[in-house]
Design a protein around this ligand. Structure first.
Ligand code: DOR
Ligand code: ZN
Length: 414
């Protein structure tokens, strides 16, 4: 038996945790707070097809180090996950990689919406956590850019009672902007090409289809003040419309282009401070339901290319919890908010059973994490120079306890 004693008490949290084990180990948890382990409902772990950017051997360690014990993985793989056979193959490979590193990470997979595979929506509905629709093009080939196909996706998902999760950027609106700015080469132009109107238009369309078919809908990585208002109105109408935002939209803004260039190029893009403020308000008021990292690793070599060649995406899973605990220390949100956003609401919206995974955090520990300490295969992050206050010390996943203090390079299971 492993016993962790003297934990700081917080409403609903235990003062002592016990885990089955052959050995008898007693850990003094003085000064640590037990919180339910986090779910990251939006990751791109790149299997199959892009293991040069990330794989589940590395990413599972990154997750555990970050206090995340459940992830929902996106379907924009190579080949894309658009039917039951690609889904099952992907699962086999993931299980093989998790077995190799002996990490019992919990996961769910998304099905990608594709114009040639509408009938798979119903077929796969019990195998996936949601239907991912790319309304605008991003990394990979998945795209639903015409109204009729979009309508079909919502209709089929509603019939199957499957949650629709949209990448809400309007392809046509974005292409118009692109022709406008075609001679510009600064990375900051990315936020103008993928303007707030691009997001607004797609979000409006998605909400109106959710209303038409009574579909359950989540707007992913919501980034603008306008969208917060659209979701607020949809909720007020009684629609089952939810919203996710991402760490980079909460903690970075367009000023970051000066320092990071294409490294902070992401779809939807980082925004102005007024949008950031609206997201924080949306969190406080319960309009934003969840936070997903959109952990989207690309190699440093790819991200160091010039604008137009560099791919979009920011890795984030190792920083989700420290960024949020740091924000707690700055009185931007409560611990209860963190658990609601990163666990409780996700279980409700995605209808997944709860589990007994915990994280033990040292709310006062201050450190920064340099690139060479990271577990993500891409080995870089735009958060590495931030001195953050509040870090996980132990992660308990599926009955196993991991020391995640980063004193050693490898993950230590007790
Ligand atoms: O910036 C992004 N990167 N946005 C997406 O929608 C996809 C992601 C990726 O997979 O690289
Ligand atoms: Zn994504």
């Amino acid at each position: 038996m492993i016993t962790i004693k003297n934990l700081l008490s917080l409403e609903g949290s235990p003062e002592e945790l016990n885990l089955a084990s052959d050995e008898n180990i007693e850990i003094d948890g003085s000064g640590l707070i037990a919180l339910p382990a986090l779910i990251d409902p939006h990751v791109h772990f790149r299997i199959p097809g892009n293991s040069e950017k990330e794989d589940w051997r590395c990413a599972s360690q990154a997750a555990i180090f970050g206090g995340v014990t459940t992830v929902f993985d996106m379907p924009n793989n190579n080949p894309p996950i658009v039917d039951s056979s690609s889904l099952l193959k992907k699962k086999e490979e993931i299980n093989r990689q998790l077995d190799e590193v002996d990490i019992p990470l919990r996961y769910h997979l998304y099905l990608g919406a594709d114009k040639d595979h509408f009938s798979e929506i119903r077929k796969c509905s019990s195998l996936v956590c949601g239907l991912k629709i790319y309304m605008g093009s991003s990394t990979g080939t998945l795209l639903i850019d015409d109204d009729q196909s979009l309508d079909t996706c919502f209709r089929e998902a509603a019939k199957a009672d499957l949650l629709v999760a949209v990448h809400a950027e309007d392809e046509c609106c974005m292409r118009n902007n692109l022709s406008h700015y075609k001679n510009e080469s600064s990375p900051a132009i990315h936020s103008k090409i993928r303007s707030p109107e691009v997001a607004q238009k797609a979000t409006e369309k998605a909400i109106s289809l959710a209303a038409k078919y009574k579909a359950r809908l989540i707007i992913l990585h919501m980034s603008t003040a306008k969208e917060v208002e659209l979701v607020r109105m949809a909720k007020a109408r009684g629609l089952s419309v939810y919203a996710e935002t991402s760490p980079h939209h909460l903690f970075l803004n367009t000023k970051a282009y000066d320092k990071w260039g294409c490294k902070v190029q992401v779809n939807p893009p980082i925004r102005e401070t007024r949008d950031q403020e609206a997201l924080w308000k949306g969190i406080k008021e319960g309009v934003i339901d969840t936070i997903g990292t959109d952990h989207a690793p690309h190699t440093l070599a790819e991200k160091e290319q010039q604008y137009g060649c560099a791919p979009s995406g920011i890795p984030g899973i190792e920083f989700l919890l420290p960024l949020l605990l740091n924000a707690y220390n700055q009185e931007k949100l409560s611990l209860r908010d963190i658990i609601k956003l990163c666990r409780k609401k996700i279980e409700l919206i995605y209808r997944i059973p709860s589990n007994n995974d915990w994280i033990l955090v040292d709310i006062n520990k201050e450190q920064n994490l340099e690139d060479h300490q990271l577990k993500t295969k891409c080995s870089w992050s735009p958060y590495g120079d931030m001195n953050l206050k509040g870090w996980p010390v132990y992660t308990i996943c599926n009955g196993r306890i991991f020391n995640v203090e980063r004193k050693t390079k490898d993950l230590v299971a007790l």
